[in-house]
Design a protein around this ligand. Structure first.
Ligand code: ZN
Length: 84
């Protein structure tokens, strides 16, 4: 296994750069957040920002270019992600 070639992504909230596989990858469609399905635009949240929903949700508004009940949705996504 080549450790040097692990994909690195940056968190939309704090901009920290981390390995793709330890970050939460989400997408936003019609004011609904979901775990990235493999199609379309996506963005990443680091595990630290997953613990600070209030701060993270503002970055999500920016990513989605609209405002919706993302704080609640984010909580659900984090639960799904953690139990994966
Ligand atoms: Zn972060």
């Amino acid at each position: 296994m080549n450790l040097k070639n692990k994909p690195i992504r940056s968190c939309i909230v704090c901009r920290v750069r981390s390995e793709q596989n330890i970050m939460l990858r989400l997408q936003c469609n019609d004011k609904t957040l979901s775990i990235f399905s493999g199609k379309g635009r996506s963005f990443y949240l680091c595990s630290k920002c997953c613990e600070d929903n209030k701060k993270s949700v503002k970055s999500i508004y920016r990513q989605c270019k609209n405002k919706a009940e993302y704080e609640e949705q984010l909580k659900e996504m984090i639960e799904i992600w953690k139990t994966k």
